[in-house]
Design a protein around this ligand. Sequence first.
Ligand SMILES: *[C@@H]1O[C@H](CO)[C@@H](O)[C@H](O)[C@H]1NC(C)=O
Length: 289
Amino acid sequence: MVIITEFKMKVAVLVLAIFGSAFAASIGNDVEIPPFRHLELDPIRPSEEPSRRPHLRIINGYEVVPHSINYQAYLVARSSSGAWSCGGSLITNRYVLTAAHCVDGATSIQVTLGAHNLRNAASGQVTVSASTWTMHPRYNSRTIDNDVAVIRLASNVGLTRGIGLSRLPRRSDVGVNLVGRTGRVSGWGLTSGSGSGSNVLLAVNNTVISNVECNSHYGVVRREEICLSGAGGRTSCNGDSGGPMIVGNKQVGIVSYGSRGCPAGAPSVYVRVTKFLDWIQSNSDWRAS
Ligand SMILES: *[C@@H]1O[C@H](CO)[C@@H](O)[C@H](O)[C@H]1NC(C)=O
C-alpha cells in the first residue's frame, strides 16, 4: 500500500485517493505501472502511529509462488486525466471481478493474466482489452458502499496452468461465519521507499475479524463488507484494490478500502462476495453453484 496523502485525522471522512503521477512509473520496455487506485477511510480513533510522512512500503507481504494464484488479474485503466492500476480476479474465461472504484471513470481498461513478474512477461501471459464493465448500480464513491464491478473481456481467455479461475463462494457458503479464519490477499504493491511498483506478485495473510471489531476502527463497515485484522503489522495495503481475498480456496473478498496512513494494526476492508453472488451472476456469465 502506498500512502501519499498527509495524515489528517477527520472522523469518518471518506477520501478517494488516486495516487499522484509522481508514482507513475514505467518499468521494463513496455510494461507500465501506473499509480494504484485505492480508497481510504479515516479511522474513528486516532491511530497509535500517526505519520505525516508518506508510507511507501509493503507491509510484511511475501512473494507468492509464481502462478500459484493463477486467477490474479492486473488491471491498467485509463481516462482523460491519467492511468491507474488495480487488481482483479478471473471468474470465467470472459469476466473479471474487481472493485467498482477501479473502473469508475475509466475510458479503457487492459487486463493482464498469467503474470508474476511485471518486468518479465511470463510465457503464456496475456493482456486483453476490456470490452465493457459494469459497476454495481448502488456503488457510492463517497461511502464506498457496494464497491464491486465486473469487466467483460473483448475475447475469451484460454485457461492454462498459469491462468485459472477464481472460485467464488457457493450459495451454501452465504452466511457462514469466517471470523477467526485466515484470509490471504494478493497484489502488486510498491516496494519500500523506492516508489516503484513491486515487480512480483505479493500476498499477505491475516485473520478475518468481526464487523463489530472492524467498526471499532472505522464505524461505517456494513454487512456487505468483511475485514481482515491488521495484526502483526500485516495489512492488505500491499494489495491492489480490486484484487482477491481468499479464505480456504474461495474468494470471499475484493480489496476495497483501508485506513488512511496505513497505520500498523489498522484492519482492511473488502467487499463481502457472498452478498453479491446474484449481482455477479446477473451481470456476467458466471453462475453460482
Ligand atoms: C497464507 O494463506 C494461504 C491460503 O490460505 C496459505 O496457503 C499459505 O500457506 C499462507 N501463507 C503464510 C505465509 O501464512
